[in-house]
Design a protein around this ligand. Structure first.
Ligand code: SF4
Ligand code: SF4
Length: 316
């Protein structure tokens, strides 16, 4: 039998930028979703963010919950999307199921809300997530998380109008065809606007992919960049619904002294100084709801609200 360790992702699939971690930026931050979700106990936060390389199995679950991109995965999602676009009913698999998948990620645990929205609104027809090998995998803890994310997005009605995403857990659910032998289908897909938009959705600029690690650098996490790109391609109504889930509105109370401390601490550049005597300007498209500005303001002058108009709650 093959060594199961070789059939999971590895620590190398994780891109760790500890300087972005909220706990590294503010000693009183209690942020810990990455440690809470890790099924292998590989994330340590005492003394700063660190990954125990001996324990990490590359499930990428932590990358789907870190609000500031301190943990991201290094896979080329735009290439993955382009490969899936070449077949009418594609299958997305992992390192264990690559023979029966049209494209792969190291582990599908890394499929965040934003990735699922991108897949849904970039591909036509139906997409199967190939989980047929997951129950035997050390990373099987990702299965309920993926179900939960999909269910929450569906309940929030933000998957309407896109491709149907099904979770395939048995071989009977998988109908694999290799697009490389179907040139006619490929070129038909190539002509479609869906394919064209899918190929550009994550083709970030050099600046966007530059993972500088200085504390002063403001950067929008890859997942938020992806969300902003998807929204730009949706109908106005659906775009508003999606933004209602993820966008925040900032409120400065009368306690605000315009000290600009929140501007300095915000890791994404969502808060910017207009003038030293005025409350900061806020860009909701850069905000990831990390809450650092709220925690940091000693005057308690910052509050984050849902931007509305969505009636749903943000998916977990
Ligand atoms: S979720 Fe991100 S910001 Fe929060 S503790 Fe983990 S690495 Fe740091
Ligand atoms: S504005 Fe506040 S909640 Fe939004 S990203 Fe900046 S620090 Fe985080």
């Amino acid at each position: 039998m093959a060594d199961s360790r070789t059939l999971t992702g590895s620590r190398d699939d994780l891109v760790v930028d500890a300087s972005r971690c909220l706990r590294m930026r503010f000693s009183e931050s209690s942020c810990r979703p990455c440690a809470d979700i890790c099924p292998h106990g590989a994330v340590t936060l005492d003394g700063g963010l660190a990954i125990e390389t001996e324990l990490c199995r590359g499930c990428l679950l932590c990358t789907a919950v870190c609000p500031v991109g301190a943990l991201e995965h290094g896979s080329d999602f735009s290439a993955c999307l382009a490969q899936l676009s070449r077949v009418p009913e594609p299958i997305l698999g992992c390192i264990r199921t690559k023979e029966y998948s049209n494209s792969t990620m190291t582990c599908l645990g890394g499929l965040s809300d934003e990735h699922l929205l991108a897949l849904c609104h970039s591909l036509p027809g139906e997409l199967a997530l190939n989980l047929t090998a997951c129950s035997e995998c050390p990373n099987s803890a990702m299965i309920p998380h993926l179900h939960q994310r999909l269910a929450a997005l569906s309940e929030a009605e933000v998957l309407e109008g896109g491709c149907r995403i099904v979770i395939a857990e048995s071989e009977a659910d998988i109908h694999f065809s290799d697009e490389s032998v179907d040139r006619r289908g490929f070129f038909k897909s190539l002509r479609s606007s869906l394919f064209q938009s899918a190929t550009v959705i994550l083709s970030g600029s050099k600046e966007q992919t530059d993972r500088r690690s200085e504390y002063a650098v403001k950067r929008v996490p890859v997942r938020r960049e992806l969300l902003n790109k998807i929204v730009g391609r949706l109908s106005p109504e659906l775009g508003r619904l999606v933004l209602g889930l993820y966008n925040r509105r900032i409120v400065f109370t009368d306690n605000c002294t315009t000290c600009q401390g929140c501007v300095a601490i915000c890791p994404t550049g969502a808060l910017q100084t207009e003038s030293q005597d005025e409350q900061p300007r806020f860009d909701p498209q850069r905000c990831t709801d990390c809450g650092l500005c709220v925690d940091f303001c000693i005057d308690g002058a910052v509050r984050l609200d849902s931007s509305g108009p969505c009636r749903a709650t943000k998916p977990a």
